[in-house]
Design a protein around this ligand. Structure first.
Ligand SMILES: C[S@@+](CC[C@H](N)C(=O)[O-])C[C@H]1O[C@@H](n2cnc3c(N)ncnc32)[C@H](O)[C@@H]1O
Length: 432
């Protein structure tokens, strides 16, 4: 029987950690780097297995050990792997230390260091431990006060660095309007300082807006090039339980994360469906009362999700359209707006919605964005002149567009030639 029955959300978190770490480790070690994995909140936390195979520290140790062995067999070079685990609870720390000790084999280039105490107090020690290795920092707290971003920022101050943070969405959202000023001030640490309320996106509901602000703050603090997040729902509720925020300085990292996320979320959807069936069986006698409750939950959740995803999609689409001189982009909502979480009909509706309301006179050179025949994979979106207005060139910087589209995926999806703006086309061709 699965160790994750009734805690499928933990399974999703562990699947993403395992899948991503696997990809990262092979890439980093094969690329001639050492790797430093830091688990700031290592647990164990409510494990269901005697060998701790359902804990993040054990998952990481097994993935990294195996990656090091295979890369060594392939290249005959043994890259170093370092793991740092910090844990505050004395009881959990003792269990963790006893379990990870056998993995500490410095003679084989595999080092394990443990820290008993608060993660924030380990920052200096962690930096020394990372040395010149490629760091992946995993932050999986029980709340939001234990990882003040400005204090842990030195952990991100490397040319290459990745981070995974469990943003406790459900928990945080319940306190965003709390009357206690101290609680409101405690959010300063993850939302970029005092006055964070004024930085929330006013077009979004408070929960999603706060999660977005968190990603923006993390991006700025860690100087990450990309920060994205994955929504994880509880087993039997269609509401976000937490978001796994992922930060990277490398487009290849983002691609690898998205691939891992896709697989993990499909598995999560299957597991949740099984959990819901199980719960239905158990509550068969509750009948229609429960069915009504479930329907309400689903509806509220989809509204939140669509609202949030639509805002994100619109932002990205406007950006792409504004810099596509021919005024046409091929828009894949799954790729461009984390549309993974939205069912097919929702994605189609969303693309149409953007087509209808996606106009921004200043950015789009007085044109309107319209989506044509959207399907579940891709829509062709083009700009057409607004009624009564003359078409004007888009004013955004062509140079920054070209740089941004040098990555394979984006470049192949955006048409850059422009009969009416040959200078812009030439500039793009030269830089691409
Ligand atoms: C959610 S659990 C971690 C679960 C673990 N990452 C996993 O997936 O198996 C959070 C852990 O962090 C510990 N913790 C709480 N506050 C901490 C702090 N300030 N510094 C370090 N550990 C802390 C808790 O005792 C708990 O074991």
């Amino acid at each position: 029987m699965s160790a994750y029955i009734d805690r499928e959300q933990t399974q999703a978190k562990h699947d993403i950690l395992r899948g991503y770490l696997h990809k990262l480790a092979y890439k980093v070690l094969r690329g001639g780097w050492d790797i430093a994995y830091v688990d700031g909140f290592s647990g164990p936390w409510k494990p269901e297995t005697a060998d701790f195979s359902d804990t993040s520290f054990m998952i990481a140790l097994e993935v990294l050990k195996e990656a090091q062995r295979i890369i060594y067999e392939q290249t005959r070079v043994r890259r170093k792997v370092r793991c740092f685990f910090s844990e505050k609870s004395a009881a959990a720390y003792q269990q963790m230390v006893a379990t990870v000790a056998p993995f500490h084999r410095p003679d084989e280039g595999f080092e394990v260091k443990t820290f008993h105490g608060e993660f924030v107090d380990a920052v200096g020690e962690i930096r020394t431990f990372i040395g010149k290795a490629f760091p992946l920092i995993f932050i999986d707290p029980t709340g939001w006060t234990e990882y003040p971003l400005t204090i842990i920022a030195p952990l991100f101050d490397y040319p290459k660095c990745e981070v995974l943070i469990n943003y406790m969405y459900g928990h945080i959202s319940r306190f965003l309007d709390h009357p206690d000023e101290k609680i409101i001030a405690s959010f300063d640490h993850i939302f970029g300082g005092p006055g964070w309320q004024s930085r929330l996106d006013p077009t979004m509901k408070k929960g999603p807006a706060a999660e977005k602000l968190f990603r923006e703050t993390l991006k700025a603090t860690g100087k990450f090039r990309y920060v994205v997040s994955t929504r994880i729902d509880k087993s039997t509720q269609d509401r976000p339980h937490f978001y796994l925020a992922y930060g990277t300085k490398d487009p290849a990292g983002l691609k690898a994360f998205r691939e891992t996320e896709y697989r993990a979320l499909r598995e999560h959807a299957r597991n949740r469906s099984a959990a819901i069936t199980r719960m239905r069986d158990e509550r068969a006698n509750a009948g229609s009362l429960f069915a009504d409750f479930e329907a309400e939950q689903k509806e509220a959740s989809i509204d939140d999700l669509v609202h949030e995803q639509k805002a994100l999609a619109k932002e990205m689409l406007l950006e792409m359209l504004a810099v596509a001189p021919a005024g046409i982009v091929f828009w894949d909502p799954r790729r461009h707006a984390s549309g993974l979480h939205v069912a097919r009909d929702q994605r189609e509706r969303r693309v149409r919605g953007i087509g209808q309301d996606g106009q921004n006179r200043e950015h789009l050179g007085h044109r309107r964005a319209q989506a044509h025949r959207p399907n579940h994979d891709q829509a062709r979106v083009r700009l057409t002149p607004l009624a009564g207005g003359a078409e004007r060139p888009c004013p955004l910087l062509v140079a920054s567009y070209c740089t941004a589209t040098n990555g394979k995926g984006a470049k192949s999806r955006i048409m850059t030639h422009s009969p009416s703006h040959p200078a812009a086309s030439a500039s793009c061709a030269k830089q691409a």
